[in-house]
Ligand binder design. Structure first.
Ligand code: ADP
Ligand code: MG
Length: 324
């Protein structure tokens, strides 16, 4: 029912950026190699996420808006080794509860697409065929049109837009093999080539000058692999905003691992400074639990000290090699 949906939506959709994050994750889960995000008024007035992923069959396109409709977790056992970013089946239902959504999708190999329109959890028109390229296009208009209290809580267009940019940049760093474009009111604000080249993506995110100075990190133990880039001590910042950590291609936040990076820098880092980094950890999904928060950013490790050790050692080694 509509009210329950609105309440639950608060968990998933706080602001345009959380919407962008969910839609982009769905595109990635659909195997997209090109994802275009377009914003009007920081995403508050409208956002469009278009991908070239595998699309949805007409039945699935309608079902996608039902709460707990997920095509991704088939059994309780699956939950322990989730490879997809989404698994709760809540995002589309939540977004559609608090916005006007137009979903167009065309599965690979199908002759045409289908359009489904939902406003505040209600379908406003019967699903109809539509001409479109293969993939999925989701348009979200008038976010929070039916929940004025939440609309009031949003910040300025500039701030909301900046948060959307952060989300897209993080996704681009997570997946250098996927081409991302972010445009705002028709202007390209960010673009990544999708050629799988980390340095190239780092240049797009941090600027070419910064990226060129960064140091390469590599490390492995039987259970963990780490690679990526760290900024030099002189590139350290006053905030953690340029610290990016990914586990099995998923952006995460984990204070212990941020501390481990800092420990790897040791005395090379000035106090109150945070290093720039883009680090990727690969590990057996059984050793990490991503299921502790709806935003799925916080993780827990079964062997946190081992993970921290791998991170610290790899960072320290990269710095030792650069400054011997
Ligand atoms: P979840 O991602 O947790 O499964 P969502 O509410 O985000 O739940 O999406 C519901 C379902 O809609 C997904 O399981 C997927 O089958 C389908 N879906 C959503 N977005 C896309 C997309 N861009 N391409 C293909 N399928 C999609
Ligand atoms: Mg999802």
């Amino acid at each position: 029912d509509a009210l329950a949906n609105q309440i639950a939506a608060g968990e998933v959709v706080e602001r345009p950026a959380s919407c962008v994050k969910e839609l982009v994750e769905n595109s990635l889960d659909a195997g997209a190699t090109e994802i275009r995000v377009s914003l009007e008024e920081g995403g508050i007035a409208a956002m469009v996420v278009q991908d070239n992923g595998h699309g949805m069959d007409p039945d699935d396109a309608v079902l996608a808006f039902a709460r707990h409709a997920t095509s991704k977790v088939r059994s309780a056992r699956d939950l322990f080794k989730i490879a997809t970013l989404g698994f709760r089946g809540e995002a589309l239902a939540s977004i559609a509860a608090v916005a006007r959504v137009r979903l167009e999708t065309r599965p690979r190999g199908s002759e045409s697409g289908i359009v489904v329109q939902v406003e505040g959890s209600r379908q406003t028109a019967p699903p109809a065929p539509v001409g479109m390229p293969e993939g999925t296009r989701i348009e979200v208009r008038d976010l929070f049109f039916n929940t004025p209290a939440r609309l009031k809580y949003l910040r300025s267009v500039t701030t909301e837009q900046a948060r959307c940019l952060e989300v897209v940049q993080k996704a681009a760093l997570a997946r250098p093999d996927v081409a991302f474009v972010l445009e705002t009111n028709g202007h390209v604000m960010f673009q990544s080539g999708g050629r799988g080249n980390l340095l190239e993506v780092a240049a797009a995110v941090f600027g070419a000058g910064e990226a060129r100075q960064m140091l390469s990190v590599e490390g492995a133990t039987p259970d963990y692999r780490i690679h990526g880039l760290i900024g030099r001590p002189t590139q350290a910042r006053a905030s953690r905003a340029h610290a990016h950590l990914f586990i099995n291609d998923r952006p995460i936040r984990n204070y212990a691992l941020h501390q481990a990076v800092m420990a790897g820098f040791g005395a090379r880092l000035m106090t109150k400074r945070h290093p720039m980094y883009v680090l990727y950890l690969q590990m057996d999904p059984a050793l990490v639990d991503v299921n502790i928060h709806p935003h799925k950013a916080e993780v827990r490790f079964s062997e946190e000290r081992d993970v921290a050790r791998v991170v610290q050692d790899a960072v320290q080694r990269a710095l030792d090699e650069a400054f011997l």
